[in-house]
Design a protein. Structure first.
Length: 549
């Protein structure tokens, strides 16, 4: 069959059959969703091990007010939302489907997706009655309790409590398009991007490059809504694009990386030229989630072979951003479950994340989990303050030169890990006049963009965009220099002909090796969306003091 999204046609081939189980690989620090190479790690890179996280944790709703009446109202509203799930994309008016004899792979993928959806609904249905009883009892007997912060507790305990001043911003961000980092996602969408051109560095050429990247991604989506790092047999490609990645079993990570550029461009499952493409991708992610329910707590695990917590973090960011942008109640529960899994798998002593549940962390994995938590927090989802306190402890343990540089599992000054550490510090409340932040930004500027390491480029571009991208700020010339170099290089380096048109392939980190052309295209597109993807943390319109985690 072939699926034709609005204004874009694609002839999608059936996904490749599942490959035999292989020894687990996981993403290297330089590549979300990727595995590390067998060679010794460099610049904070390590081989990762396969893991599966199945700890149960369930936060029933976003942030209860202090009064009993308000708490009950919020509870009732949440229980109504909990009755809905992300539906399977339908045909008819929303999708133009030309029927043909189904391929064997189509049937297998569909049965798997339907089964996952049914299993999720069963879990939700079974817990409705006992969840209601637990909440009513807690609200009736609790007088504004606080969340425990004893770091010696093995599993973080999140109570139904009034900590809204610490878990949600003071302004009504839900009245806007959606808010995640800084001033949120309000810069996304055509009507909001127009004013950014020429002031913070976007050009008509860079926007055209993003548009071409989205078209390439559309042509490589599977029938079931997923993407695969090994893109050779996906969509209409059929081997016409070179440089496939090796992580063929990590489809949640590949799907998340493919969806993020669409969301960055303001495309959601409710509006935009590619809403059917996004809808099918989100359906795959929610169907692939492994939900565990124990002792009244629920978590949703999105890790897959080769991806582990990297793929989970990316998928959690995707679900939280989609929910923040649309407020679609069908995404509320999967997004919260994905955050619960992150909180449940944090190292309770060191505060980081890595490959196994509660394993001592590394900066690369921590970066993706903190981005997911920040995304969820700004969408009014529940984030335990204790989780943020512990994450800050981890950053302190990897900091060097008074916090201006960061290592992988301990103090160091790796380029990629420094960029991650600095961006995390910004998200967690560091002020712009922090001397370590200034020193770190100058360090990245001296290094300049890399012609191969897209992981470093992705984080470093965000650091400099946030630190000095606003015209008139001290050091703005650093941003202008950095942006001109990386923007013009990406525009020039993008494939211009053939089936590869709109994609990128760089060689210089583990991500490009394991994630291949899909990984490089996603990272390059998100870098070119930096002008509006997340509004400034320190800009004139930002009010960072209202958004601390």
């Amino acid at each position: 069959m072939s699926i034709e999204p609005a204004a874009v046609s694609q002839s999608a081939a059936a996904p490749t059959p599942e490959q035999p189980p292989q020894k687990a690989n996981a993403i290297a620090p330089e590549a979300a969703g990727q595995t590390a190479a067998a060679s010794p790690p460099t610049d904070g890179e390590e081989d990762l091990d396969e893991s599966s996280f199945h700890r149960d944790r369930f936060v029933l709703f976003n942030a209860l007010p202090s009064s009993l009446i308000s708490a009950l109202v919020h509870f009732i509203a949440f229980m109504i939302l909990a009755l809905t799930t992300m539906p399977k994309p339908q045909g008819g008016d929303s999708l133009a489907i030309q029927a043909s004899a189904p391929e064997p792979g189509d049937q297998a993928d569909q049965l798997q997706a339907d089964k996952a959806d049914v299993d999720l609904e069963k879990v939700v249905t079974q817990q409705e009655t006992e969840s209601a009883q637990q909440v009513l009892q807690t609200v009736a007997t609790t007088d504004a309790p606080t969340v425990a912060v004893d770091v010696t507790v093995s599993t973080p305990a999140i109570e139904v409590a009034d900590f809204s001043e610490r878990s949600a911003p003071k302004s009504d961000l839900l009245a806007q398009v959606g808010s995640v980092m800084g001033s949120g996602l309000s810069g996304r969408g055509t009507e909001n991007k127009v004013g950014t051109f020429g002031t913070i560095g976007a050009t008509s050429e860079s926007e055209k490059a993003v548009a071409q990247a989205l078209k390439w991604l559309v042509e490589h989506q599977n029938h079931d809504g997923s993407w695969n790092f090994d893109h050779r047999h996906t969509g209409s490609c059929q081997g016409r694009c070179s440089d496939a990645g090796t992580l063929s079993e990590c489809r949640t990570g590949a799907t998340a990386m493919a969806l993020l550029p669409f969301l960055g461009a303001g495309q959601t499952h409710q509006q935009g030229e590619y809403k059917q493409v996004v809808e099918r991708g989100l359906y795959y992610l929610t169907s692939a989630m492994r939900v565990r329910h124990e002792n009244g707590m629920t978590v949703g695990d999105l890790a897959q072979t080769g991806g582990n917590m990297y793929s989970h973090g990316l998928a959690a960011i995707t679900l939280c951003e989609a929910y923040a942008m649309t407020h679609d109640r069908k995404l509320l529960q999967p997004a919260q479950y994905s955050l619960n899994h992150i909180m449940a798998t944090q190292d309770p002593v060191g505060g980081g994340w890595r490959y196994f549940a509660r394993q001592p962390g590394d900066t690369s994995v921590v970066g993706w989990q903190l981005m997911a938590l920040k995304s969820g927090h700004m969408a009014y989802l529940v984030v335990d303050p204790k989780t943020i306190q512990l994450a800050t402890r981890f950053l302190d343990s990897t900091a060097a030169e008074e916090g201006s540089k960061y290592g992988y599992t301990g103090p160091g000054q790796g380029q990629g890990t420094t960029a991650v550490g600095l961006l995390c510090r910004m998200y967690l409340g560091w002020k712009r006049d922090n001397p370590a932040l200034k020193k770190g930004a100058e360090y990245l500027n001296r290094i300049g963009p890399s012609k191969g390491n897209m992981y470093y480029n992705y984080y470093a571009t965000q650091v400099l965009r946030q630190y000095c991208g606003d015209p008139g700020t001290d050091g703005h010339e650093m941003w202008e220099k950095w942006n001109t170099n990386i923007r013009d290089w990406l525009v020039k380096d993008q494939e211009k002909t053939g089936h590869q048109k709109g994609s990128w392939m760089m060689r210089g980190d583990h991500g490009s090796e394991k994630g291949g052309r899909l990984y490089c295209t996603s990272m390059a597109a998100m870098i070119l969306e930096v002008y509006y993807r997340h509004m400034p943390i320190y800009g004139k319109q930002a009010a960072t003091e209202d958004f601390p985690l």
